[in-house]
Write a protein that binds this ligand. Structure first.
Ligand SMILES: C[S@@+](CC[C@H](N)C(=O)[O-])C[C@H]1O[C@@H](n2cnc3c(N)ncnc32)[C@H](O)[C@@H]1O
Length: 463
């Protein structure tokens, strides 16, 4: 059938031939994935928008949500790889361009970074990556004049991949502000190890209700000295694994499982979990025999906490609201304060954190945490214990804050953690007796990857 005949006649001047429409080439397969990855990279790096929000399937980015499962997985892989390796990818591109890109050419920068991440680190055919990047440049009026440059630079990157990787290996893979903080806190050598460790995506660790040895065998995982189970690489979702529907275990990084264990014997004790959702630590406290009150400010997150406890067939008293307004009639034997923090210890899982957060965020969060800790200390009985924890690597949110509280609150004493009780993690206990884990801890073994989240935890007794 002739397409023209089906068209409506021109409304205003039927005799004037309709202007010729520009011929638009259909987009190549894979174009949407790359365009979405570049757009979300721009949002994270330039507008400080967190990836979790943008990749949420209900409230997230529209272009991402309409992709099919496989395309979403590839978009995520490209994005997280781009963010993890960003300074090295930038150095790689810079080494192949004679004149630096204009400062305002951010859209072009993101197209090149997304392509370089795939060429250097992902198992994607390089010729397709180059073609799609050239198409991205051509379709964007801001970048069209750079299409030839994109083609030339990326083709060279494909040809010189090994040399470029070797030449950029000495570039720190974290942003300058964060490297400065790491060096100040851990020294040059350890800072470099931590920065390097965050390049490896996190393994999945599970916490089980009981019998970790048997579950490790059933799931083909490795039993870590703390009782967590580390899974090997696998295809698919954890929700399909044995024991998920029966509520026998939950996903929790080995480092995140430490704070709740610091209370010791909890049988018959009343414990408040003040920043509870999504509830990994609440579940541990319940499994350890405590009677738990879980306080959470965010309604959405409280819903997740409820769902998680329901699957695990566990119950707790749930309090919806701000912990600063929580004034229970009776004080608790123990309080867990797993405070909101900069999350700089979770960059293996959330590599956007280093690009969306800043030193100002760390300072603000440290101030909030100190206020929260002082409030938490008022909620325990005399002789009761507060465990303060968070997943930041910055001493401002950990060591420094606790030091300040101890210095001006004589009724509060630190209970030093005994390294003898933590085989394999002795080096994670500071001379003061706090826990300080980093992604560079837990070496790989038996074919399982290493690493753990960066966490801080301190045990404080009110006398
Ligand atoms: C680091 S997360 C807690 C993770 C949780 N402990 C776990 O292990 O699953 C911090 C939580 O504190 C909550 N929160 C932040 N400010 C709060 C406040 N003022 N009162 C109560 N909860 C708060 C956040 O909504 C968030 O769910």
């Amino acid at each position: 059938m002739n397409e023209i005949k089906n068209k409506k006649p021109h409304k205003h001047s039927p005799k004037t031939p309709a202007p010729a429409r520009p011929h638009v080439e259909p987009r190549k397969p894979g174009f949407e994935v790359r365009a979405t990855a570049a757009k979300l990279l721009a949002a994270a790096v330039d507008r400080k928008i967190s990836l979790d929000g943008m990749l949420d399937l209900t409230h997230g980015n529209a272009a991402y949500k309409v992709l099919n499962d496989a395309d979403r997985a590839l978009t995520r892989a490209i994005l997280t790889t781009s963010l993890r390796h960003l300074p090295r990818l930038e150095a790689a591109i810079a080494s192949l361009i004679e004149t630096p890109l204009p400062d305002g050419a951010r859209a072009l920068h993101h197209v090149l970074i997304v392509a370089a991440a795939q060429i250097l680190h992902l198992d994607v055919p390089s010729h397709a990556v180059v073609d799609l990047a050239v198409e991205q440049a051509n379709r964007d009026p801001r970048n069209r004049r750079f299409a030839k440059l994109v083609n030339a630079v990326l083709r060279r990157l494909v040809r010189e991949k090994d040399e470029v990787l070797a030449a950029t290996a000495s570039v720190s893979p974290v942003p300058g502000w964060f490297r400065t903080r790491l060096v100040k806190a851990y020294g040059e050598v350890e800072a470099a190890r931590i920065a390097e460790a965050q390049l490896t995506p996190a393994a999945i660790d599970l916490t089980v209700k009981d019998n970790p040895q048997a579950w490790a065998e059933k799931l083909g995982g490795k039993l870590l000295p703390t009782g967590s189970i580390r899974l090997g690489a696998f295809e698919g979702s954890v929700t399909g694994l044995e024991g998920f529907d029966q509520g026998e275990w939950w996903v929790q990084d080995v480092a995140a499982s430490i704070p709740a264990k610091l209370f010791g014997d909890l049988k018959g004790k009343r414990v408040a979990d003040l920043c509870a959702a999504p509830g990994g630590k609440t579940a541990q406290l319940i499994a350890a025999g405590a009677q738990v009150t879980a306080v959470e400010q965010s309604n959405n997150r409280l819903v997740r906490l409820k769902e998680n406890l329901a699957r695990l067939e566990m119950t707790a008293e749930l309090v919806s609201g701000d912990l600063f307004h929580y004034a229970p009639e009776e004080k608790f034997d123990g309080v867990l304060l797993d405070a909101p923090c900069s999350s700089t210890g979770t960059t293996r899982r959330h590599p956007d954190v280093l690009w969306t957060k800043s030193m100002q965020d760390i300072q603000k969060l440290a101030t909030l945490q100190e206020k929260m800790l002082r409030h938490a200390l008022t909620l325990v009985k005399t002789g009761g214990v507060v465990v303060f924890s968070n997943c930041s690597l910055d001493p401002l949110e950990g060591e420094d804050l606790v030091k300040q509280v101890l210095a001006d609150t004589p009724s509060v004493k630190r209970v030093p953690i005994d390294p003898a009780n933590w085989p394999g993690l002795e080096n994670a206990i500071t001379p003061q007796g706090d826990f300080r884990t980093t992604p560079a801890m837990v070496p790989p073994s038996d074919g399982f990857s290493g690493g753990m989240d960066g966490f801080f935890a301190s045990v404080l007794r009110v006398e």
